[in-house]
Write a protein of this length. Structure first.
Length: 330
């Protein structure tokens, strides 16, 4: 089958627990760790309640695309266990094709513990599990070649080998939201792939880390690195397509080489959990490019609209909108 979009990357079982006992600390002296969530050392921390959920960049994006009517498949790796079976059932129920999910008998399904603090801020403790053994088969590559879009999320394990397979596909457009391993590899190592990326999505902290990996920017001041415009310009030197940077409560910014765009955060009905907002925003933006025939401004709005809806719910895959039904753009 030919898909509108194939998402590639992680799928996890998530357990989220809420506590109001954490204290948010400003740490601006460390540009890579500007906010810290702290708890009393040695204390017993009470949990208000917890939720069994689903996550992983590829799975989150796939569910979001399916909610807006796209034919989508998720290429990911899970274990042969109860969590893996639950992920299969969840994706199937939400309209995501599972033919590209592979099962690993030597590793458990990836698991995340998500600590959600007051106001929806969170810290994620994650075990990659079977995601570390992610691989792309020859039959997978044939399906990838026939897709309209490939949406690449975080990869672990032998990610460089797999990413070579992904970017060897000449037909699909590629949207890329890199993970920790890719950002730590630095711009020089990512350069051959960035030049074939149509939409590059990253958050501000990751953008700072990537820009600092370029020797030309060593020694730059925190003021320079905290400017989203500077980060967009630096990354656009490597990316022929669109560069998108999300920045939490400050919204999102795009540079396409001709014009800068900004989208403010839209007021949510209720702020419960921000887990997965990056996945929701980035995949909504890509969906918006298809729905609006490439209108960046409208696509940014759709990303903000869907994110505001999701934040009122626990989990990255709940509260999602059918973006095709949004007719009014502010």
């Amino acid at each position: 089958m030919k898909y509108d979009i194939v998402t590639i990357g992680g799928a996890t079982k998530d357990i989220a627990f809420l506590t109001t006992e954490g204290i948010l600390i400003d740490n601006h002296r460390d540009v890579l760790r500007q906010k810290l969530l702290a708890f009393e050392y040695g204390a017993k921390i009470m949990i208000d309640h917890f939720h069994n959920l689903f996550g992983g960049g590829a799975a989150n994006a796939a569910v979001n695309f399916a909610a807006s009517g796209f034919e989508v498949a998720c290429l990911s790796r899970i274990g042969v266990d109860d969590s893996g079976r639950a992920i299969i059932d969840n994706l199937s129920r939400r309209g995501v094709a599972i033919e590209l999910l592979s099962q690993d008998r030597s590793a458990a399904t990836g698991l995340s513990f998500i600590l959600v603090a007051k106001g929806g801020e969170r810290i994620i403790f994650t075990s990659r599990g079977a995601n570390d053994n992610f691989k792309i088969s020859e039959s997978d590559r044939k399906i990838l070649a026939g897709a309209k879009w490939l949406y690449l999320a975080s990869l672990s394990g032998d990610w460089l080998k797999n990413i070579n397979y992904i970017f060897a596909q000449s037909g699909p457009k590629i949207a890329w939201n890199p993970g920790l391993s890719q950002c730590q590899a630095g711009l020089k190592k990512l350069a051959p792939f960035l030049k074939n990326t149509d939409v590059f999505c990253i958050n501000k902290d990751e953008a700072i880390e990537l820009v600092l990996s370029d020797s030309r920017y060593h020694g730059q001041s925190p003021d320079f690195l905290n400017s989203v415009k500077n980060l967009l310009l630096a990354l656009k030197e490597r990316v022929p397509g669109i560069v998108l940077i999300t920045d939490g409560q400050y919204g999102a910014d795009v540079y396409d080489g001709k014009r800068f765009y900004h989208q403010a955060v839209l007021k949510e009905k209720k702020r419960v959990d921000i887990t997965g907002v990056g996945d929701v925003f980035n995949s909504s933006f890509v969906a918006g490019l298809e729905i609006t025939k490439g209108d960046i401004k409208k696509s940014l709005y759709l990303g903000a609209k869907n994110t505001a809806s999701k934040i009122a719910y626990f989990g990255a895959q709940n509260g999602l909108l059918d973006l095709r039904k949004i007719k009014k753009f502010n």
